[in-house]
Design a protein around this ligand. Structure first.
Ligand code: GLV
Ligand code: MN
Ligand code: MN
Length: 431
């Protein structure tokens, strides 16, 4: 019988070990390309190689390990998530999926069973987009949709993405070759914490994901007139921070008035040359707008932009509105989702289907391959926060579902290829 609790414990140990590697002594911060990121990636690479997998680093810094099938009809099935983090992150967002994927590959290696498809594990280098303000850098390369224009983007210290990749000794001339060719894809499976409260409240360990919200990110700058806090009369001011404050509240009210679906967040606000006795002259803000409904997202974006332009005019401040990122909502594949739903039910759990408000690497991949995702319950739904946590029992339950999913997938693919049912199904004798 498979020992799911021991496998969960080993994954948990690795998650904790990886989380120690951080840009800051306090908490987990491992943004793309930093020394902490490189050290974390090397640790995961070492675990892959110790397991007997050969690995490579691609041109955007993704870590890739592949189990090759001898089947001449074999295509590639990818297990993946990311190893970069937000600032002051939790330990599980990203690494959980990578290290569960490594555990699955270790099981396949141990069985030495013929594989009906190639299995590739990918630890994506940048999903969060913290450093260069564009998410999915790693997965767009694998999907073949990387925009070379992003190479000139600069981080807060003025270092371009191209320069950061050079420092990482990544070969950007190979980026196109790092994509998995369209006809080589079988599918994609990402395991991830839910990052929301539904599973916690319903006391269910896992869920399947039907769709992932689209998102638009904007950088806005309000420019007014810096001036003396004691001498400029209140009715003669062009206070950029007051405009920004109104923007924050209009944005909140706007999203609230939409009810379900739309969410909007202003997560960053920075004042240029601020001082307590100076009227703020320039404020730069972020806006993150999301919805699983493409039409709702596009309409909300246009209406909100018009509101904010009117607000700027009324307050006599200039507004620079710069759309820095846009990703369409993505749907998971009904066929893969059916197989995952069966695996969840086989393992004895209620099948809950969720739409993800968080972005995932599955989004760019969904443009070129069928994708599915499994969510794992996290403590009170808390994420992007050091309190992020997963119970070992839930992790064990998720590993069992993942095993059953791969076993069922092997059967589906073997049937599709009209082959004898291949031994991946031995992963789960009860299937
Ligand atoms: C990534 O975690 C995002 O959804 O912002
Ligand atoms: Mn995240
Ligand atoms: Mn994530």
């Amino acid at each position: 019988m498979p020992d799911y609790p021991s496998r969960a414990e080993r994954i948990m140990q690795r998650i904790h070990e990886l989380a120690v590697i951080s840009e800051e002594a306090d908490g987990v911060t491992r943004t793309f390309g930093t020394p902490a990121f490189l050290q974390g990636r090397a640790l995961v690479q070492g675990w892959c190689e110790a397991a007997g997998l050969s690995t490579r680093l691609d041109g955007i810094g993704n870590l890739r390990a592949r189990l090759v099938s001898a089947n001449p009809l074999a295509k590639t099935f990818v297990l993946a998530s990311h190893i970069d983090t937000v600032v002051n992150a939790g330990k599980f967002d990203g690494p959980l999926g990578v290290l569960m994927g490594l555990d699955l590959l270790e099981q396949l290696l141990a069985k030495q069973a013929p594989l009906p498809f190639h299995v590739e594990l990918i630890a994506f280098s940048d999903e969060e987009g913290v450093r260069f303000h564009t998410t999915y850098l790693g997965s767009t390369v694998v999907a073949g949709s990387f925009d070379h224009g992003w190479l000139t983007r600069e981080d807060a210290g003025g270092i371009s993405l191209a320069r950061a990749l050079e420092t990482m000794e990544a070969d950007t001339t190979r980026l196109a070759d790092d994509a998995i060719p369209a006809n080589d894809w079988l599918g994609y499976f990402e395991m991830h914490i839910e990052q929301g409260p539904v599973l916690w409240e319903r006391e269910i360990p896992v869920a399947l994901v039907t769709a992932i919200a689209g998102q638009m990110r904007v950088e806005l700058t309000f420019t007014g007139m810096a001036g003396h806090a004691g001498t400029v009369p209140m009715n003669m001011r062009q206070d950029a921070l007051c405009a920004a404050a109104e923007f924050v509240l209009i944005t909140e009210q706007f999203a609230l008035s939409h009810g379900q679906g739309l969410v909007a967040t202003v997560g960053k606000l920075s004042l240029r040359q601020s001082a307590s006795n100076v009227i703020p002259g320039e404020v730069t803000c972020s806006l993150d707008l999301r919805s699983p409904d493409a039409a709702q997202l596009a309409e909300a974006y246009a209406v909100l932009q018009a509101y904010i332009e009117a607000l700027a005019t009324q307050r006599h401040v200039a507004l620079a509105w710069n759309l820095v990122q846009q990703t369409a909502p993505a749907a998971c594949d009904p066929g893969l989702n059916e197989t995952l739903a069966e695996a969840i039910a086989d393992a004895g759990h209620e099948v809950v289907a969720l739409v993800s408000g968080a972005g995932h690497d599955a989004v760019p991949i969904s443009a070129v391959a069928p994708v599915t995702m499994m969510f794992i319950r996290c403590y009170k739904g808390i994420s992007h926060n050091p309190l992020e946590n997963v119970e070992p029992a839930d992790l064990a339950a998720a590993i069992e579902v993942a095993d059953r999913f791969l076993a069922r997938l092997a059967v589906v693919i073997a049937r599709r290829n009209d082959e004898a049912i291949l031994p991946l199904s031995a992963t789960n004798p009860e299937m």
